[in-house]
Write a protein of this length. Structure first.
Length: 400
């Protein structure tokens, strides 16, 4: 096999497909939504940077705090009665007002009056205002400690890694499963290209090119590699958008540095996903060759995509026993290995030997699939205009 010809076919396929309108829409739309999901909450929280608040103390025991001690620029104006505060609200002198009932110290809750509910930033400022009003003489460090009564940290028993409460904890356990879902989603949205592309080569009489300048394995392998690189490009763009969105949430939590992630699991997941996609691409190409036309190739590719997402339906089988026999068998099965390994890594510590075994079986399956698909393509090219019969397919697979 001539690698330079294989890469030439791969680059040509990649260049043609990356310019398509559908690819551009699918690649850009999801990142925009991911970044917006991270940015919109921050924008909404910062929208009320300055709030005028009315204050009605029916207990007679609270003291308005010094505005300089508040983290938010919250202007608080005291009113003697609820009626006076209501008139100020209607006149636009305040944005809202807070009524502290007379039995507040017996457990009653303050009542917030306003046209809309306060956002999280304003709620935080209100809680700080109440703490300062109850204990105006307490030092700032006590109020700060009351603000963060318990900042939890968690230790992963398998690795000994200490995780902070919040987005870091979520990412540690969710990231592998999220990549598994992304892999299955990309199979559904992109594997449909594989069969029609190979079917187009067959319909456009690529036989002449194969017989004169290329071996079938070079053409088929180049097409599969090109479309796989196309999907990898899409995944990379989505990954950058996800990093930006997560970074917004991370910094909004007041965190610095880089959140801890299970890099080992993610690395294994990336390798298995790449090889798994190549395997599905080879099978999709084979179905495209066997299909009578591009429409049938699309239909068969859809069935293959269903097989790709099948492990997501089997989560219930391994949820109770992620280290059981069924879970291990599904992990070693080449078509299920990428998704199943990632899902298990989100639940438990998967032994390294199982990951190496899954990787080896994937590689062997991929090589066999490429060789068999190349033989079928050669047979289809020689029988241009005719549908391959089962006996011809078997002869092509056996003889080459």
């Amino acid at each position: 096999m001539n690698l330079s010809k294989l890469w030439l076919i791969a680059w040509s396929t990649y260049r043609n497909q990356v310019r398509s309108t559908l690819f551009l829409i699918m690649t850009i739309a999801l990142p925009v939504l991911a970044i917006a999901a991270g940015a919109i909450p921050i924008i909404l929280m910062e929208r009320s940077a300055e709030t005028r608040l009315g204050w009605v103390d029916q207990t007679g025991q609270l003291a308005l705090p010094d505005p300089q001690r508040l983290e938010l620029d919250l202007l608080v104006e005291a009113y003697p009665t609820e009626e006076a505060a209501t008139e100020a609200l209607e006149a636009g002198e305040v944005d809202a007002f807070l009524v502290i009932p007379a039995d507040y110290f017996q457990g009653a809750s303050p009542i917030y009056h306003g046209e809309r509910a306060p956002n999280q930033v304003v709620l935080g400022a209100l809680r700080q205002t109440m703490r300062l009003a109850v204990a105006p003489d307490a030092p700032d460090w006590q109020h700060e400690r009351l603000t963060q009564t318990a900042v939890w940290e968690y230790e992963d028993l398998a690795t000994g890694t200490t995780l902070h409460q919040g987005i870091e904890l979520i990412l540690w356990y969710v990231a592998p499963a999220a990549i598994a879902v992304l892999f299955a989603f990309m199979l559904m949205t992109t594997i449909n290209h594989m069969g029609p592309v190979i079917s187009r080569e067959k319909e456009d009489r690529a036989m002449e090119m194969v017989l004169t300048s290329l071996r079938p394995v070079e053409l088929v392998g180049g097409k599969i590699l090109g479309l796989t690189l196309l999907t990898a490009t899409q995944a990379a763009i989505w990954g950058v958008a996800a990093v930006i969105a997560i970074g917004m949430v991370w910094t909004n939590e007041g965190q610095t540095g880089i959140p801890r992630l299970p890099w080992g699991s993610l690395a294994w997941g990336g390798v298995l996903a790449f090889l798994g996609y190549l395997l599905y691409g080879a099978l999709g190409a084979g179905l495209g060759i066997l299909a009578g036309d591009r429409e049938q190739a699309n239909q068969l590719a859809g069935l293959l995509a269903i097989v790709g997402i099948a492990p997501l339906w089997m989560v219930g089988l391994i949820l109770a026993r992620p280290d059981g026999t069924i879970a291990i068998a599904l992990t070693l099965f080449p078509l299920f290995a990428p998704v199943m390994a990632l899902i298990r890594m989100a639940m438990t510590e998967v032994p390294v030997w199982q990951l190496w075994a899954a990787l080896g079986l994937l590689i062997v399956s991929l090589v066999l699939a490429l060789l068999l698909v190349a033989r079928i393509f050669r047979a289809a090219a020689l029988l241009y205009g005719q549908r391959l019969t089962p006996s011809q397919i078997w002869r092509a697979l056996r003889v080459g």
